[in-house]
Write a protein that binds this ligand. Sequence first.
Ligand code: NIG
Ligand code: FE
Length: 423
Amino acid sequence: MASEYKLLLEGAQQLVLICSKGEHYLLQAAMPNLAVLANASVVIGKDGYIKAVGHADSIRRQFSEASFEKIIDCSGKCILPGLVDAHTHPVWAGDRVNEFAMKLAGATYMDIHQAGGGIHFTVEHTQKTSEEELFGGFKHRLLRMLRAGTTLVECKSGYGLNLDTEIKMLRVIERAKQELDIGISSTYCGAHSVPKGKNATEATDDIVNNHLPKLKELDLNGEIHVDNIDVFCEKGVFDLSSNKRILQAGKDIGLQINFHGDELHPMKSAELGAELGAQAISHLEEVSDEGITAMASAKCAAVLLPTTAYILRLKQPQARKMLKEGVIVALGSDFNPNAYCCSMPMVMHLACVNMKMSMKEALAAATINAAYALGRSHTHGSIENGKQGDFIILNSSRWEHLIYQFGGHQELIEYVVVKGKVI
Ligand code: NIG
Ligand code: FE
């Protein structure tokens, strides 16, 4: 007889229950919502969604007649929500390991960029690489992320810059959505850099007049669906007025605004994002006090990227001030050839040590709040009835080991589950 339910996770020593109580994000003041249940179980239905969460005894009584495709004995282990990575650039070709040596010798990110390296180097290689080959590299990276506990990840284009290569990247992302288990939120980032031979105004015109209408057409044909629009709002890249034009045009075709801002220079990106109704802004090392206030009242999430601040030795984003002011703080790995880290446990560790977040805050930022930044917190980011059955199961009796241990999480993360399927 076919079983009625897909999976039973039974009797975990600790189950980290992030309860969003309908708000779909957590602030520091709401931290009691991050409760830990002892001796707890979860039932996941055939559709991959959570049907019941609670004390092991009561779940056993409630489901005594039920049949399950699979049961995992979680005694002595911890169950947490699958991690959400709110910012990555994972589709590319070409190796930039030499730039790491340049940075160690004192070159800044912009020194390398202006000398034709950095994004330009990756664009040149990505333009020349076939869709098949790009997919191969991308798939390998996504599988690494999954093994590190990420079950939903934001993936950007942005190493194409010309229309054909941007579309090629977005096709690669679309294929991964169909073929792989990991959840993906895709982002068009054609304004990642000003392409060679154009100035910022010409590039902006091209994006608004050619790229975005093409994306709309591909969406209507059912070929490619993009969720978010991104720009690199930075001195010497795209200024505030270009940003405004591109982001507004993206919003007009139904994309969520989610962009790079206030990273290397104060640009008033946060103020612009709040004005345009952005869902999220990333980086924010140089955000102004007014920008923080504006983001808090606009419920615009701050996606903080501890790997980038660490590798580029930038000033740390002011996570404590943002939390105090009521900003929804999320985390991302910023996985890209500059910040080569696809491990959210490592990102949470850095957020705690370098940005002074607590472990609970870091976990909320890498789950429910990251899901909020992607507009997915109604289905992802916490263990609640009706949400997607995405989990990590730790071979440890205390959940904090996920953040406390620094690297080498393969042994600690015993299972990764996406939509009730054990990966
Ligand atoms: O988020 N700042 C712009 N974009 C990326 C870096 C991309 C690259 O260097 O290839 C970031 O850090
Ligand atoms: Fe980035």
